[in-house]
Design a binder for this molecule. Sequence first.
Ligand code: SF4
Length: 373
Amino acid sequence: MTNNSLGLYIHIPFCQKKCNYCDFYSVVPTEDIKNRYIESLCSEIKKWGERTARPIDTMYIGGGTPSLLSEAELTAIFSAVRKNFSLTKDAEITVEINPGDKVAEFLNFAARLGVNRVSIGVQSCLENELCTLGRRHTADDAGAAVTAARKAGIKNISADIMIGLPESNSDTLQKSIDGILALETEHISAYILKVEEGTPFDKMKINIPDDDKTAEQYMQLCGVLKAAGYEHYEISNFAKKGLMSRHNTRYWLQEEYIGIGPSAHSFFEGKRFYYERNISAFINEAKTVFDSLGGDEAEYIMLRLRLSWGLNFKDFENKFKKPIDRRLIDKAKNLEKHGLCCVDNHSIILTDRGMLVSNTIISTLLGVIYEDI
Ligand code: SF4
């Protein structure tokens, strides 16, 4: 990535059916809504392209379900991006897909348009779990999606897996991990199921593992993936050597990006802002809402601690022109005694166990130095 470069995120807020756990912003589209949305999206892309000449070296089309787009719709998005921004030659261009439907056809035209990385929502390799989650595909569909991506010439593939699922245990998780490993993807993202307010799971009486059992599942997953040659480079992300997600790493390194679409967030020229979670508002008058200034010390510490290389004291000093607060290092040394992090003269790095409770650790450490604020 060049210092001056930007990331570009494009949100496709369409799903054919809501999964039982999901609180991402998406709607079931009609043809008319899709047409009007693509038109608005392209004019926002143009607006942003006129606002900045900075090159784009990572682009991520997420959702929702981008694989519901037709060839004409995806082509329109790519044309708008290429016409209004300068995409670097080696840009990482990712698209999210859900297995099933017509993914083979989608991946063929996506690859022709320049997509070189695909993120597949596998979630589980057990049919009963997919059914409980309300997913619309089978475990075999996930394998077919990977094969289709490889056939289309896409070499960098990521698979999502969820842990802490209803009625799951270490045996069911192992079966699901084995299924994911058999896909031989370059990257795996793992998410702990959280029952979000307002989702179908919130209203259903589901039986999810307690915190201790979920912690065991997380440690099991970390151990198995590491043994299979994946580097645990961020709390929820594992990659084969050199194949970390460049786009997502940009978020954790506080590098700037523009997000376009309802619910998409941006960090641009030092400010954080977002579009409302409302497709009609976006179509009628797309406007961003100011969120906060970004890039401060607390945010830097919080984001660096998510990564496997942790919080480096020299890097902090170079960026903020002052040494890291000694009290934070002393507090981290206490946490080290409980196996939650490793501290030396250069950095603080969370262990796998620490990553599992990263929110608590980060607020404990930040509380030490910002208690007066
Ligand atoms: S497909 Fe993805 S975005 Fe759509 S409802 Fe399911 S989890 Fe949510």
